[in-house]
Design a protein around this ligand. Structure first.
Ligand code: HEC
Ligand code: HEC
Length: 449
């Protein structure tokens, strides 16, 4: 995708037109998009001011326009289904190897499921079930109820095939996981853990390590590692390098326009033609979820993982999956959640005394849009210094900050519990000399992004 190659903030760009044309050429015949829409799009783009100099316009954080092309709505809709419901055939791992279907069937009641952070999609529950739950007629301590929820396709990020035993009880024949497991939550509108889906919001309640540790297929030492991570935390490199150094599950929103994906910027068009986020989606779908697909990266000690089993269920889905994630904007802060006057003062500190804007610059609050810029190991003020060394780049991408209010704790290792802690950390590490009022003003500004 040309748009991500050396993406810079500029008035308009020919590469966007190229992107659209490339997209059209690459588009599968079954994904033909509305021709009229495209025509309108091309007309709109052609009428934009041309400034092909490619010069970076120096702009303050939070402002500027990336002039990104509109996303194809049909591709976005396809991607939404993939994000929520597609296991890429990973049942061959979660069922056949880890035997998680048996674990769920015998030991995971809805109460247990909610306690390990699994979420229930209320919109998938028929009225009768909703009523029964409200009237206290549903046994939330019975794993059979979990199987009913799976049968209704109501457990976020978990797909199950349920059938009946001869005695009428339910059994879970197969189960697999989807992207939504870690990157969706619910709004708790029905009850804690039960509500409408919020795709792209990291599930910081989910304890994926604890869930995996319940598998009877793992030895005790491996179980102990998985069980040690805690909620909202996962190590997507443990099964490659054997090191135990997990990171927080980040949001999958607010990413459109970033030329590099993940904390360490491993994902880019050089390493995945479908795009930066698609690089990482392939990585996780294949190497972590164990979907039927292929992943290779010479930067990771020539790691090659091939689970195709004659069938690639990943590659063709990457453009749609990425388009869906790009369509999700960072959530705006709830009304009244910050002090606007203090935030205005904090904004000046962000660019001035706090020196934040030297790295968190431009419309997405990150200088990675400046030609894919990354920073050395020393740029992170997190407590952990080692995760970066396990990555492909061995460098940090400056984290985009829109919607930052939504997902504490902060930094890749979750070592700052609140935004106030983030500011205190920077103040100490970078000797900023901020007064208490200044620290609190800067914190209010961060809450407002
Ligand atoms: C078991 C939990 C888990 C699952 C399942 C999972 N991810 Fe992630 N995801 C993570 C973690 C942890 C990271 C952070 C990795 C890093 O930065 O090194 C991450 C990073 C990301 C990012 C990077 C965001 C950024 O800032 O650039 C995106 C996007 C993403 N995942 C999307 C997906 C998609 C799409 C799927 C399904 C194919 C998926 N994830 C499956 C845990 C998960
Ligand atoms: C030298 C470049 C640099 C400067 C200066 C800088 N940051 Fe950062 N910032 C980063 C990098 C790199 C990360 C990711 C570090 C990590 O996760 O370990 C980050 C992460 C963050 C995060 C956490 C984001 C998340 O999703 O967890 C916040 C919040 C933040 N910075 C705010 C600030 C503020 C406020 C300032 C000014 C006081 C500032 N930064 C100054 C480079 C910088």
């Amino acid at each position: 995708m040309d748009v991500f190659k050396g993406l810079k903030v500029m008035k308009s760009t020919n590469s966007i037109e190229k992107l659209i044309i490339n997209n059209l050429i690459n588009m599968k015949t079954n994904r033909i998009i509305n021709t009229i829409g495209i025509l309108i799009l091309i007309v709109t783009l052609s009428s934009c001011d041309k400034d092909d100099s490619g010069d970076i316009v120096p702009i303050p954080p939070g402002s500027g326009d990336l002039n990104l092309p509109p996303l194809n709505p049909q591709l976005v809709a396809e991607g939404k289904d993939i994000f929520r419901y597609d296991t890429f055939g990973d049942e061959t791992f979660w069922t056949d190897v880890l035997q998680m279907n048996q674990v769920i069937e015998t030991a995971v009641s809805p109460a247990t499921a909610l306690a390990v952070g699994l979420k229930v999609d209320a919109s998938a529950l028929p009225d009768a079930v909703v009523e029964a739950i409200q009237n206290g007629e549903v046994d939330l301590n019975d794993p059979q109820t979990t199987l009913v929820l799976l049968q209704l396709n109501a457990v976020v990020g978990v797909q199950g095939e349920v059938s009946q035993n001869t005695d009428g009880t339910l059994k879970l024949d197969r189960m697999g996981i989807t992207c939504a497991l870690c990157h969706s939550t619910v709004d708790n509108s029905f009850a804690p853990g039960i509500g409408s889906r919020l795709d792209g919001w990291p599930n910081r309640d989910l304890n994926p390590g604890l869930i995996i540790s319940l598998s009877p297929a793992l030895d005790q030492a491996t179980k102990d590692v998985y069980a040690s991570w805690g909620p909202g935390i996962y190590d997507p490199r443990f099964n490659h390098d054997g090191l135990n150094n997990p990171v927080v599950i980040p949001p999958a929103y607010g990413l459109y326009g970033l030329p590099k994906a993940i904390f360490t910027g491993d994902g880019d068009v050089e390493h995945e033609p479908a795009g930066p986020v698609a690089y990482w989606n392939r990585y996780v779908a294949v190497t972590q979820m164990h979907g039927h697909g292929y992943f290779a990266d010479e930067r990771l000690d020539n790691w090659i993982v091939d689970y195709r089993e004659g069938d690639d269920l990943v590659t063709d889905k990457l453009p749609a999956l990425q388009a869906y994630q790009f369509s999700i904007s960072a959530p705006t802060p709830p009304a009244g959640s910050f002090d606007a006057t203090a935030a205005a003062r904090g904004k000046a500190l962000f660019s001035g005394k706090g020196q934040c804007a030297t790295c968190h610059s431009g419309p997405l609050f990150t200088d990675v849009i400046d030609g894919g810029k990354l920073h050395p190991q020393s740029a992170s003020v997190a407590v952990d210094k080692d995760y970066v060394k396990r990555s492909a780049t061995k460098q940090w991408r400056v984290t985009p900050l829109k919607g930052i209010w939504q997902h504490p704790p902060y930094f890749h290792d979750g070592s700052a519990t609140t935004l106030a802690d983030v500011v205190t950390r920077y103040n100490q590490m970078n000797n900023l000399g901020l007064s208490n009022t200044e620290k609190s003003d800067l914190t209010e500004y961060l809450k407002s992004l």
